[in-house]
Design a protein around this ligand. Sequence first.
Ligand SMILES: [Zn+2]
Ligand SMILES: [Zn+2]
Length: 114
Amino acid sequence: MRLPNDIVPISYFLDEERRVLLITWSDTHESAHPYEALRRACPCAWCAGEGGQKGSVDASTQFTAQQTTIYELEPVGRYGLTPVWGDGHRTGIFTYERLRAHCVCDECQRIRAR
Ligand SMILES: [Zn+2]
Ligand SMILES: [Zn+2]
């Protein structure tokens, strides 16, 4: 799914209670990203692997509460965001496109189910 260039995150909110990252986009969409699912989807070489090497994170990886808590989001250029995790992990760059692809809101799930 290609994301048009003018769709960018405008603001975000860390819902500590529900442990969900909420991002508001320039097309008024509000995307939802459960912390743990986001950490599991970390695209960095260490977590996801690289060049055919298996990463250290898969569907059965058990995370600590610290590892699945987001402290803040750091912008990466004009194309992505890096979550800073409670354990200091901060090497996973989520491009805007990837973030939108991971949104779990009803609308996006409906679109993906088609
Ligand atoms: Zn990672
Ligand atoms: Zn959505």
